[in-house]
Design a protein around this ligand. Structure first.
Ligand code: CP
Length: 321
């Protein structure tokens, strides 16, 4: 794998390879919680132009557990505020020895530009770009669903027959987009539930069913319900019902969660708006996988960095995305 830019072009074999290597990483970590020497001598740069807690720290932990050196770059407080371009910033970091660049950027397509422009030779991982994609979030979500559904026998399996409902602000969500492509590539049935104003215009071209009524979607007994963060910072008043109405019609509370089959899981990528898209009771309930997703994220990102920097040489011709 040369880069990981999206899940839309990630094929089933490559996706399963990442999930299976992540299983190996998780097993190794649970057996002997110590560093692997695999990426000794490699340098991973976390290049973050937008805020992050989970993704940035998770990539840092993943790289360190594989013995790579890590350089963390945040646009705030850097020469970006003096007008330095993405090209000059990336080339400066490559001159310090970056082998892989993990980039989060407010502009959709910035990771692909970095990977294909010839500005740098490092492998590029998309850690979230605008409203486009967040591929490692979708991979850790798929990993979590697979592990919960199939337990110890999950290695090598796809998600055929698994039913996932994704609820909320689909319009602004790169998490929703990456999950739609990845989960359907892996054979899952995906239903989106959203207020009509928060559904993207081109959704008819997506391999999903769209509903506007959350209770109708939950009545089908999905295996996983993934609540999306309402992105108030990207919201136009024209799109959004009042917070009270949103919470009443599209929020997941304990009463709604209780209508689900006993083995259904409740997911959220974080950060959560407690009391808006998800109640505290639902977020903290035994069926919630919110913290499990965070833990799994480290294993998945270890797998991605491993396949990018130490994976099979024959894979290097492909983009992996
Ligand atoms: N889920 C996610 O991307 O969280 P952060 O913004 O904290 O990285």
């Amino acid at each position: 794998m040369r880069h990981l830019l999206d899940t839309r072009t990630l094929d089933r074999t490559s996706a399963l390879r990442i999930l299976d290597v992540a299983e190996d990483m998780a097993d190794t970590q649970s057996r002997e919680n110590k560093k692997l020497p695999t990426l000794r001598g490699k340098t991973v740069v976390n290049l973050f132009f937008e805020d992050s807690t989970r993704t940035r720290i998770s990539f840092e932990a993943a790289a360190k557990r594989l013995s790579a050196d890590v350089i963390n770059f945040a646009a705030k407080g850097s020469s970006v505020s003096k007008g330095e371009s993405l090209k000059d910033t990336a080339q400066t970091l490559q001159a310090m020895g970056a082998d892989a660049v993990v980039i989060r950027h407010h502009a959709s397509g910035a990771p692909r530009t970095l990977a294909t422009s010839g500005w740098i030779t490092a492998g590029v991982v998309n850690a979230g770009d605008g409203t486009h994609e967040h591929p490692t979030q979708a991979l850790l979500d798929a990993f979590t669903i697979r592990k919960r559904r199939f337990g110890a026998g999950s290695r090598g399996r796809d998600l055929s027959g698994v039913r996932v409902v994704i609820v909320g602000d689909v319009l602004h969500s790169r998490v929703a987009r990456s999950n739609v492509w990845l989960l359907t590539t892996l054979g899952a049935e995906v239903t989106l539930v959203s207020p009509p104003t928060l559904v993207p215009q081109n959704v008819s071209q997506w391999p999903v069913r769209v509903l506007y009524d959350l209770d109708e979607a939950l009545a089908h007994g999905p295996d996983a319900v993934m609540m999306l963060r309402i992105q108030l910072e990207r919201m136009n008043a024209a799109y959004f019902p009042s917070e009270r109405e949103y919470s009443r019609r599209w929020g997941l509370d304990a009463v709604r969660a209780a209508t689900l089959p006993s083995d259904s899981i409740v997911m959220h990528p974080g950060p959560m708006n407690r009391g808006l898209e998800i109640s505290a009771e639902a977020a903290d309930s035994p069926r919630s996988t919110v913290l499990e997703q965070v833990t799994n994220g480290v294993s998945v990102r270890m797998a991605v960095l491993y396949l990018l920097l130490a994976g099979e040489r024959e894979d290097e011709r492909g983009e992996g995305s």
